[in-house]
Design a protein around this ligand. Sequence first.
Ligand code: GFP
Length: 836
Amino acid sequence: MTAFMNCPTVDVEDDRTGISVETLRRALADHLFYIQGKWPEVASKNDFYLALAYMVRDRMMQRWLNSTRNYLRSEVRLVTYLSAEFLLGPHLGRNLLNLGIEEPVRQALQESGLDLNDLMAQEEEPGLGNGGLGRLAACYMESLSSLQIPAIGYGIRYEFGIFDQEIRDGWQVEITDKWLQHGNPWEIAHPQEAVTVGFGGHTEGYTDSDGRFRKRWIPAKQVKGIPYDTPIPGYRVNTVNTLRLWKAEAVESFDFQSFNVGNYYGAVNSKVTSENISKVLYPNDEQIEGKQLRLEQQFFFVSCALQDMIRIHLTSGRQLDSFHEKFAAQLNDTHPAVGVAELMRLLIDEHGIEWETAWEVTQNTFAYTNHTLLPEALERWSLSLFGGLLPRHLEIVFEINHRFMDQVRVQYLNDSAKLSSLSLIDESGERYVRMANLASLGSHAINGVAELHSELVKQTILKNFHEMFPGKIRNITNGVTPRRWLALANPRLAALYTEKVGDGWLQDMEKLRSLEGYADDPGFRQHWRQIKRDIKQDLATYIQTRTGITVSPDSLFDVQVKRIHEYKRQHLNVLHIITLYDRLRQNPNLDVAPRTFIFGGKAAPGYRMAKLMIKFITAVGDVVNNDAAIGDRLKVVFLPDYNVTLGQRVYPAADLSEQISTAGKEASGTGNMKFSMNGALTIGTLDGANVEIRELVGDENFFLFGLVTEEVMALKASGYNPWDYYHSNPQLKGVIDLVNCGYFAKGDSELFKPLIDNLLHHDPYLLLADYQSYIDAQDRASTAYQDQEDWSRRSIINAVRMGKFSSDRSIREYCEQIWHVKPVQIELKEYVQAQA
Ligand code: GFP
């Protein structure tokens, strides 16, 4: 290091940092030549994209390194966000926006004969997440940087992210996501900071040099974790935080012992199995129980992260008993919960810290966010699987539990129901480690993600934890970043906002509230409508190109985009479409607003019902779209391969946002926020954050329907019989019968039988119970849409009252209530001066 101290410093005005159009042009040509090895005549669009991306990355470098260097200072407290998923969306647009260099870059490209939008379309988005949970992590990373909070995101660099979806003959077909195939210009590998992670093997006792009895883990296999760093710049600040994703590699990529005895293929075998760990993202809703590779992934990235954090802490010159003062580690769901046992192991076994101190440090380091109440999503691992893979961790979990159960016994006088529900081990049959209990006990704070959800966490899955540790569970309602979901997704609306209130709303979304008066201004409403129509026209064009379906931008765009799942009830939406279709067939002169129903979302490959729901949507679409008697009055579109990029097209174009989950099932939802802030009205149940959206926009600007959570619970408890609803409601009966007779399946009455039978005989998500109320709310929406002036007024109110749902607000709450961290301003000159 010292040998380089006398090197000449980098000139900050040089081709790597300057942002004049001329400098940018030169930098682009330079990267094309020296990095891509191409000259303009032979360069592909992807070459130009990569050259552009490297050029933009250069312009973050100084801020990035300054931020990183700053965080090593001992007094700086860092947030580490541990998440198995980060659904980032494209980097280029966000980086240009946050650095504030979009205009000169656009111009430099133009002068070089290139188009920025065209090159932006080249970027393959990193789909390293399934849906809401992963996207939330991405919004939070962006807000952390924008609020200048020192932070590192830790996760897995999956070689294959969420699959690409194609629709063939109306069915979902999964295609491998090869997001890395053309290179990823946004990441930098740091193999010199690799760590080693063990798996399997056994434990043994020994006496250390001080005569203390200690335990150690002798793993059977070791894997190397290589960090890949991606910069996440804040909006118009110097902070550039790091997303550090780990790739698994073999410790030895070639086993010479095997090779020498003639086993050529065996010699590379360990490389292959080691690399499997970061090979592919698990799709949600797959039956994960018993999937050893999934636990390997979880342990792998968490161990890498904790070892990295310990290294950082020791570098800053402090002892490990103050580790929690340096780091606030957030567990994004239970996926990283094994970190509780791993931090204990690292502190006790590797660093010789006493149990009590280690436990205090661990609890003070972690906090846990719960994202779901669905029983099938609550992770648990059988003792045989867990202990086989992590024998030392199982011992530690037992010891934590043993001490905890003693405490419970004292507090509750041996109450066996309390003991069994609080235990980290599920002993009701085959024994399991309960990850939610481990996360809850190993953390100093637990939070749900919307007010209703947090209350339900207290009343249901963590009831006894709540009783034992009052105040430990709290709520932090989710949020989404206005930079991506307004400024990038909806530049027209963003420009209108900036024209009216200046650009401060991008840092403080509550500023939009001052626009509320415009809801009563006919001129403004006209402008508002025009913007929406232009965006709808763009989407209509996209729909035409992508699906061949012609839709009218003057129809009501009714949109449901999210993972396909029975609890999210896309099939309830379809029952409404069939109802309208049936009504129009019976009465062609019916006065209803023409509608375009737009769906998008992926079904987990192993989730048969969800895949059938996709076929249901497309099959109904096929009939409706091709029925001459219906014409343009109803259209149904399924947009393939829903992802962040597509979301950016869709949210701004929506008139009506479908948030129709069974009450009590959707923890928060974040799509609901994105729609509303882009001026859509919501049709929804009192579920998740819908409740808070409705409170803000007012009942009159929200189409509410359905049973509330208590009613759902009561109905189920009293013995819900969907059949009764079918028999007593002729409209519903007509719809179900139409499906049952094969009308939407070319006469095949078997195709949708699993779906319909399930509704008629089980209906776990109460579609039939909510059907009539949903149809009534849809009718209200339809009537309301026909009064365009009033609709615009409501749309404006929806949009400008969404300040609360900026992820900046959520992150501020985490900082104040859970992490106790403060912003740190990054000086831009510091790095250069230190080098000089
Ligand atoms: C989960 C929950 C959502 C919640 C997000 C983020 O989303 O209600 O908004 O997490 O907290 F279900 P998915 O990952 O299941 O889409």
